[in-house]
Design a protein around this ligand. Structure first.
Ligand SMILES: [Zn+2]
Ligand SMILES: [Zn+2]
Length: 647
């Protein structure tokens, strides 16, 4: 028996026999508390099971990094192991009816895809969970074996697991590892928890269809989604958040509040804005335009189509054609629906000779673009085929870049804050392997982005090599009230398009130079951003962007005339107002206004008519003292100014 030296990344060294396991080493090296939290380990670059023998690792001197259950990797292993557990439970229950495929861990949990004729129903979930619990209670080990590929093929062929056989045939190398949980064998790299007693906290969430390998020509499988945690409390919180997210689903709220619909006859991924949604959008657009004007931008409008030739020059036909629709002939010339606004802004730039004196040029447009997305990925307002970008292009000299990025960040965060978002993650993406422009230009631009972020006092993460081929970029992901992240803003430096279109300006030296071009979108697209807003506010928008700010309701018909008068006056004063003069009980009217998430209700009875006042009820249910119509209009006006950050 040989001895092997073992150590933690930083810490004491011990010696163990080569027949000892990683678990033995962990027991020697870690405190009891940490040991109980250790789910697997990393040796060198390799993830290993705790049960593996030290001698089999092929080293005389081993450094072990324990993976704790509380870490992201630990949670991944726990969830992936729970996917195996669920697969075993499904096979135990529905046996010969089922073929297994794959079951990875994902962001919020795991899934497993099954081939089974009978659909899984939510009623089955309880049965499967009960079976899983039995297996957990039995504390069955996860056993790893390494076998030759041909042996594995035979094993799965005998079991009739044709999907596994297909996968095996594509794996390179002569051997594969298998994991066995009782009688359930899965092809898997691992690592896994030592035994099923680790998998105490789980829940099956939903079932959905999924094509084998995501290909529509393949059989449709049933994907069971589940989640697992190391702690009951975390699962409870997750399920609560999930419930809350369901209530906030923008498609549901969008329909209930009359904001938008998608219609099959019109086409998937194409949004129809109903009057209330159109008002919401108008308010956001107006605010956006005003803010841009105040920050020295100029507004542009450009067409929805252009000759194919333009997209040839821009390079989109070469690099972006998968996302573009087929062209159409107009007077025998081919035209193309636009996937981006940039070439149009360049055409405006090139309409005349430009001088350094004009710089920086800041042009913005709410530009509607069309991009191909597969039907399967379309999702309400969040993933669509036609959408309006809050686009802008800035042309400047290299020495102005840092200041311009600073200004963009300033406007960006200001606008996000007005919409209620002040938590975000910022990423700076640097030069990828394939790129255009000189290395020197990339360095300068990346430094300018960094300096601007630092001058603004913003924390950011670097995504090495994740920049677009044409330049470095900053991405901002906002967090909503449920703590979910949404990619919104992007700021990109571009060395490519100015070159392709021969964009230039006359510098101080009287010579032609190439300007720096910046693309940026703050909200991303109006569709997506409004989807996020709906979910963030659960449809109860702040007063300044509420499509309807107040609803008037009479107690009896006797007050109808006065209600009409209030309506006229408030509408004239710019308040977005509705009248509910139906012959219904007041409580019913209040409840409906509440469901419509209208910020203020004006309840009008005889007393109000007599004193020529309005009684104001807030969305929260709180009543305010009576006030004059004029006072109410001023109150609305002032609250909107504060809401929009103007005071
Ligand atoms: Zn596995
Ligand atoms: Zn652009």
């Amino acid at each position: 028996m040989a001895e092997i030296k073992i150590s933690l990344a930083e810490g004491e060294k011990i010696k163990l026999a080569d027949t000892a396991t990683v678990a033995d080493a962990v027991a020697e090296l870690l405190s009891n508390k940490q040991r109980k939290q250790t789910i697997a380990a990393v040796v060198g670059d390799t993830f290993v099971d705790l049960s593996i023998e030290l001698g089999s690792l092929g080293e005389k001197d081993i450094t072990i990094k324990p993976i704790l259950l509380s870490s992201a990797e630990g949670l991944d292993i726990l969830r992936h192991s729970t996917a195996h557990l669920m697969a075993k439970a499904v096979l135990d229950l529905y046996g010969p009816d089922v073929k297994v495929t794959i079951g990875p861990s994902i962001e919020d949990g795991f899934y497993y895809d099954f081939d089974r004729q009978t659909p899984f129903t939510p009623d089955d979930f309880a049965d499967i969970e009960a079976k899983m619990q039995e297996i957990v209670n039995a504390a069955l080990p996860f056993e790893r074996t390494v076998v030759s590929k041909s042996e594995a093929v035979k094993l799965f062929e005998d079991k009739g697991e044709t999907y596994k056989v297909e996968l095996l045939k594509e794996i390179e190398g002569d051997t594969v590892s298998l994991y066995q949980l009782d009688d359930f064998v899965d092809l898997c790299r691992g690592p896994h928890v030592p035994n099923s007693s680790w998998l105490k906290v789980f829940k099956i969430i939903k079932v959905a269809g999924a094509y084998w390998r995501g290909d529509e020509n393949n059989p449709m499988l049933q994907r069971l989604y589940g989640t697992a945690f190391g702690d009951k409390k975390l699962l409870k919180k997750y399920l609560r958040d999930l419930e809350e997210a369901k209530k906030r689903d923008h498609r549901k709220i969008g329909k209930e509040l009359g904001l938008f619909t998608v219609n099959d006859q019109v086409g998937p991924g194409l949004i129809l804005w109903h009057p209330k949604g159109a008002m919401l959008r108008k308010l956001i657009e107006d605010y956006w335009k005003d803010e841009h004007y105040n920050h020295n931008y100029e507004l542009l409008y450009t067409p929805h189509i252009a000759k194919r030739d333009l997209w040839q020059t821009s390079g989109h036909l070469d690099f972006y054609s998968d996302n573009m629709y087929s062209s159409m002939a107009v007077d025998e010339v081919q035209y193309q629906l636009k996937p981006m606004n940039c070439p149009f802004h360049i055409a405006i730039y090139k309409a005349q000779m430009r001088s350094y004196r004009e710089f920086p040029i800041r042009w913005c447009e709410l530009g509607t673009v069309y991009r191909y997305e597969r039907t399967g990925v379309l999702h309400g307002l969040l993933r669509v085929r036609g959408f309006t970008q809050d686009d802008a292009h800035i042309f400047c000299r290299p020495d102005q870049l840092e200041e311009e990025i600073f200004n963009i960040l300033d406007l960006n965060l200001h606008i996000l804050k007005t919409f209620g978002f002040d938590q975000y993650d910022i990423y700076l993406s640097t030069r990828p392997d394939k790129y255009v422009g000189s290395e020197e230009n990339w360095q300068q631009a990346t430094d300018a982005l960094k300096q601007a972020l630092e001058a603004k006092g913003l924390e950011y993460e670097i995504d090495p090599g994740e920049g677009v081929f044409y330049g470095p970029k900053i991405d901002i992901k906002i967090k909503d009230v449920l703590g979910r992240s949404w990619q919104c803003s992007t700021i990109q430096v571009d060395f490519n398009l100015p070159e392709r279109f021969g964009v230039s300006y006359i510098g101080e030296d009287g010579k032609e130079h190439q300007p720096i071009m910046i693309h940026r979108a703050l909200m991303g697209s109006l569709e997506r951003f409004i989807g996020v807003l709906i979910e963030n506010y659960a449809g109860a928008f702040p007063l300044w962007m509420a499509p309807v700010q107040a609803r008037i309701m009479n107690i009896t018909d006797a007050q109808s005339d006065y209600c009409e008068k209030i309506y006229g006056k408030l509408r004239q004063a710019g308040v977005r107002i509705e009248n509910d003069l139906r012959n219904e009980k007041l409580n019913f009217k209040i409840r409906e206004a509440q469901l419509a998430k209208i910020p203020y209700m004006l309840v009008i009875g005889d007393r109000e008519v007599e004193s020529q006042t309005v009684t104001v009820r807030e969305r929260s249910g709180k009543n305010l003292p009576p006030m004059s119509i004029q006072e109410f209009a001023e109150k609305i006006h002032n609250e909107c100014m504060v809401g929009k950050g103007i005071s």
